[in-house]
Design a protein around this ligand. Structure first.
Ligand code: SF4
Ligand code: SF4
Length: 748
């Protein structure tokens, strides 16, 4: 069947052989994650062997440590911890552990208040640095009175090449609020060991403990011998009979806060240092050849350092370093005597500390100076000040250190290797005629947010450029080519607030874009409430895709519940309109201009956007752009479609295509859609040189191609095909007739 320019609502069924995002077969796709196996591994008992990822090992370690409550806000690279715990509710109920998916990191940090008065072990998790920023008020107020029950804050240190947030260090928060900071060596057994000690360290010092896990530590794979899970006491199965006695000292309120500050310095830090020494939390690795030199490394960088040492000829293949290493599994507080003992008598020491400022190096320099130790201390003078310490960056620093203290000859081979790497990079750039282009991520295939950016691009062509306050979430992908949409990102849910100083200075209106995740995380209060209170003339577009998609499609308060999902599935309908919590909340707050649009209806989105940006209404105008996250939608309908196919029921899916004879090769469709399955191929016409557009395997038939062809008056090369599986007898007959007619016409 062929129907040119027909743009359906997004009811297309999908091609169930492939993931809509990575276009791999589902069996190979990383997004088709089921937590069934992970939950099984949480049940492992005494002496069993755990196999898996670092972050799951940490999750199991929480249960082995007798944690009583767990909370957090999802975000890479630690989403897995909370996702698995939420799905493991039956196990948590058996143990008496409370699990809470918190509204944001501030509410997660505030949850730790349970451990101020009660002997409850608690753990929370989030993505840092951004999450720690949000949580910092509660963290300060927790750290001031200190804790009775052990508290562990598992932060995903999203720093370096795979990071998705601003590049800052969580270390600063440990320093300013006096939290212990653990940075365990990425080895599963060791990470588990550090989690267990983390709770005990917190109890011994009354300090909250932060455990930072870099991206690679979260995903490192390995095994360890498990211990039995410990049921906490008190717990949800064994509740406290009475509240704690009133104790003003446990409030973060003057005048006791002055005493808290002294306690931190005079009691808590010394207690923490004593615990660290007594339990050998930091590790001293001997050096086989150069005991007169030393390396001090953050635990989380240990594996990379060893690999780099091996690369430059300063460690053997089994991981034995030629130079002694002090591995700081606790990076704050440092133990002065341990630092002095390690450095004393050495010709030089290199501190391997990722990111800036170099807090550890400065701290060590102070400790050595106070102790009168004159050992030269190197760090950022030899290693890069910014960026991830990958093997190349570490090797550059090690080569500098070794050539200074062991002579040039010792690192000749390493220098050659580094030069070769740089030469290869230069050769590739030369061959390309430019530096290697960056490869920014893009929206998933069929993402419901893409059509809005197509519409916005067209609207700006009509009414002129608009200042756009962008936000955190999948929609931030609209800042990349070809949309290039967004002037600022000030934090999760902060877009509306971030335009408050801009819009009064602009002749035209500004537009703020926010996701439903950001709306509930922060945007409702910091943006909407403030704009209404101040009577601001502002436009807010909320993407209502039903989930916090960018963090792994976790549910939020406006996620349709099971009955609504079933009803939508029965009707093959879009899911997002079934829950109207956002709309009723906005109306309850007093929003008077509120329009809902379906994102795939590009023409209507254009009309409503234009109206909001130009209407006479002076006040907050909110556009709710509805369209269920395609990733979640595919996960939801996949089993339904598979079942229909199995039982012989009719299944229809839609695909779009480009007629290569009609395509004129100007590629305007790509500049308006950026769909990965709408791409280029060589022009089959030998007389034309420009490549033509083509739709490849993986198109989910979302309809955007047809919509854009209509609304932007593109060339008439798109067609829409309906692929029917298990067709009905009449359909078979009609298809056969059509085929014969086509053949006859072709022959004629
Ligand atoms: S909203 Fe869903 S479909 Fe769109 S980019 Fe995010 S995960 Fe992908
Ligand atoms: S090729 Fe077009 S119709 Fe197909 S998924 Fe991409 S945007 Fe949607």
């Amino acid at each position: 069947m062929r129907e040119i320019y027909h743009a359906p609502p997004s009811t297309a069924l999908y091609d169930d052989r492939f993931c809509v995002v990575c276009v791999r077969a589902h069996s190979e796709c990383c997004l088709e994650v089921s937590f069934v196996e992970e939950i099984k591994s949480l049940r492992l008992g005494e002496g069993d062997t755990f196999h898996g990822e670092g972050i799951l090992a940490v999750t199991k370690a929480l249960l082995q440590s007798g944690v009583a409550y767990v909370g957090g806000y999802q975000g890479a690279p630690v989403s897995h911890l909370l996702d698995v715990m939420v799905q493991a509710k039956p196990l948590m109920d058996e143990l008496g552990v409370h699990v809470e998916a918190c509204a944001n990191e501030a509410s997660a940090a505030a949850m730790l208040g349970a451990s101020i008065h009660y002997p409850l072990r608690g753990a929370v998790t989030w993505k840092s640095i951004v999450g720690t920023n949000v949580a910092s008020d509660a963290l300060s107020n927790l750290a001031s009175p200190g804790v009775l029950g052990g508290t562990l804050i598992v932060v995903g240190e999203d720093y370096g090449e795979g990071a998705s947030v601003i590049q800052e260090r969580s270390h600063a928060f440990a320093l300013k609020s006096t939290l212990c900071l653990l940075d365990p060596r990425p080895d599963l057994a060791h990470m588990v060991h550090m989690v267990e000690h983390g709770f005990a360290l917190s109890e011994a010092s009354n300090m909250p403990v932060m455990l930072e896990l870099r991206i690679r530590a979260c995903h490192v794979r390995g095994s360890f011998q498990t211990r039995a899970n410990q049921a906490p006491k008190p717990s949800t199965r064994d509740c406290l009979a009475e509240p704690a006695q009133f104790d003003y000292n446990r409030l973060a309120h003057p005048p006791v806060t002055f005493g808290h500050e002294k306690k931190k310095l005079e009691e808590r830090i010394p207690a923490a240092r004593a615990y660290i020494l007594e339990h050998n939390l930091n590790e001293s690795m001997p050096g086989s050849q150069h005991p007169d030199l030393g390396l001090v490394v953050q635990g989380g960088l240990y594996n990379a350092l060893l690999r780099s040492l091996q690369q430059v000829g300063l460690a053997d293949a089994l991981g034995h370093s030629h130079i002694p290493i002090l591995v700081l599994n606790v990076t704050y507080p440092l133990v002065p005597q341990q630092v002095v003992d390690f450095c004393q008598g050495k010709r030089a020491v290199l501190v391997v500390e990722e990111g800036s400022p170099e807090y550890i190096e400065q701290d060590m320099a102070t400790q050595l100076r106070r102790a009168g130790v004159q050992t030269p201390l190197h760090g950022k003078d030899m290693l890069p000040g910014a960026g991830e310490y990958n093997i190349e960056a570490l090797s550059l620093g090690l080569v500098h250190f070794a050539s200074t203290y062991l002579g040039e000859a010792s690192v000749q081979a390493a220098q050659q290797w580094l030069q070769d790497v740089q030469q290869r990079r230069a050769d590739v750039a030369k061959a390309l005629g430019q530096a290697l282009p960056t490869r920014p991520p893009g929206f998933c295939i069929g993402c419901p947010e893409r059509p809005v950016f197509s519409a916005l691009k067209q609207v700006q062509q009509a009414i002129g450029s608009v200042h756009i306050a962008a936000d955190i979430g999948c929609h931030a992908l609209g800042t990349f080519e070809p949309f290039n949409t967004g002037h600022s990102i000030l934090g999760y849910g902060m877009s509306l607030a971030s335009r408050a100083g801009v819009s009064p200075m602009m002749q035209g209106r500004t537009l703020s874009i926010m996701g439903d995740g950001g709306f509930w995380h922060n945007g409702l209060l910091t943006g909407v409430q403030s704009a209404l209170f101040n009577g601001d003339d502002a436009v807010l577009l909320i993407f209502k895709n039903g989930y916090t998609s960018a963090t792994g499609t976790q549910d939020i308060i406006s996620t349709p519940h099971a009955a609504q999902q079933q009803a939508a599935a029965d009707q093959h309908a879009s899911l997002s309109h079934t829950n109207t919590t956002i709309e009723s909340t906005l109306q309850g707050l007093g929003v008077q201009w509120l329009q809902t649009v379906h994102t795939y209806d590009v023409a209507r989105v254009k009309t409503v956007l234009k109206d909001a940006l130009t209407s006479d209404f002076n006040g907050l105008k909110v556009i709710i752009a509805e369209g269920e996250c395609q990733l979640e939608r595919q996960r939801r309908i996949k089993p339904l479609v598979a079942q229909r196919k199995r039982t012989g029921q009719r299944v229809q899916r839609v695909k779009y295509g480009v007629d290569e004879d009609v395509c004129n090769g100007d590629h305007a469709c790509m500049r308006l859609s950026a769909c990965p399955t709408l791409t280029l191929k060589d022009n089959p016409d030998p007389l034309k040189v420009d490549p033509v557009a083509t739709v490849i395997e993986g198109c989910v038939g979302c309809g955007l191609c047809g919509e854009n062809a209509h609304t932007a008056s593109l060339c008439p090369s798109f067609y829409r095909a309906e692929i029917v599986q298990n067709p009905k007898p009449l359909e078979r007959l009609w298809a056969a007739v059509q085929q014969r007619m086509v053949r006859a016409l072709q022959r004629a």
